[in-house]
Design a protein around this ligand. Sequence first.
Ligand code: CMC
Length: 425
Amino acid sequence: MADTNTLKFGNHDYPVMSGSVGPQVVDIRKLYNETGMFTYDPGFTSTASCESALTYIDGDEGILLHRGYPIGQLAEQSSFMEVSYLLLNGELPSKGELDEFTHTITRHTMLHEQLATFYRGFRRDAHPMAIMCGVVGALSAFYHDSTDINDPHQRMIASHRLIAKMPTIAAMAYKYSVGQPFLYPDNSLSYTGNFLRMTFGVPAEPYEVNPIVERALDRIFILHADHEQNASTSTVRLAGSSGANPFACIAAGIACLWGPAHGGANEAALNMLREIGTPDRIPEFIARAKDKNDPFRLMGFGHRVYKNYDPRATVMQQTVREVFDALKVSDPVFEVALQLEHMALNDPYFVEKKLFPNVDFYSGVILSAIGFPTTMFTALFALARTVGWVAQWNEMISDPAQKIGRPRQLYTGPTQRDYTAIGQR
Ligand code: CMC
């Protein structure tokens, strides 16, 4: 919404807009036409790329709200299905609405049977994220009745399908890697319980879902559901801005999420904690993280937006204890994590740069205790983030101000020159 405030640049005034909360933004859409200049902002550190009513983050205060509700309250009191409904529809559901939504998602969990053969084209040691990129992108070849992005009904069906099928796709990627048969979904189980069974169950015997593990994983899904305009969400929006179908857009988001600076950080964080191994080696790794000549960084530390404790990390730390107690696990890696956090938070380098543990610092420890191999961690992140991606994608398509995303550049290459024949170079 436009304010009466303006920012003067040269002879031109640019409107200053206010959201419901958070920093104001300067509307520079006319800047190029009026001044012939672009703005320069690699990494979009000062650029709002869209209007959004989904998620709000105050990085200095460590606040994360979905549709206004604090993440801590959602993680403690809600369920992933309810948070998914909230993100997609804007309000918490009534009991009837939640039952109906859960029923719809549950009935979309099966995959087209032919997709099972698609998996067999991959090597057994393929990274699950490679499989997820391929299989999710391929969904558009199987579900033609939900690819018309101008039809809100088809958009909603595509959204439900993506949320529902992601656990099946991720579990099948795991099963394929260990050489076990794929398990069909069981509609009597919850969204998360079903995923646990499809991952760890075998056809030879019944699988009993551990309610504490189910609750912990559901909470991890809530914590990863959305995070405003992060790299993968912006990728989904950019891909979608050209009119690409929803399955292709989500596959693009999965590809972006895979990177170690984004979703791959939980895998990298656990690998790092295992490499450290014992608390006495922590100072050596802290010294490396501070050394400008060493590319090593403390994985699971620091965040583009949070300059305070990531509120999701607080919930994660509590959840580690619950899962360890329930499964009677004791993993030295948790002790290393706690001590590393303590030492880093008392080190001036990390204090001055406002580097705090992020959501990924503890999530790997929990997922490993549950039994997931590290390569599955980012696949789980993708599973949970799918609802955020589709909600943001739907919001973008419904936005009348939406245009194809097309950034400009500061060109520093050669100016025009004449082609020379190969023998004369
Ligand atoms: N260890 C050591 N130093 C760090 C770290 C770290 N983990 N993170 C940032 N720094 C330093 C960095 O060297 C730089 O120092 P200087 O100003 O002297 O050059 C300063 O802090 C600012 O870093 P930056 O890279 O400019 O900050 P950014 O906002 O571009 O990067 C980040 C954010 C998350 C990519 C970065 O903190 C990082 O690489 N962290 C490790 C990877 C990680 O845990 N990623 C998960 C993010 S949370 C999950 C998600 O939402 O996807």
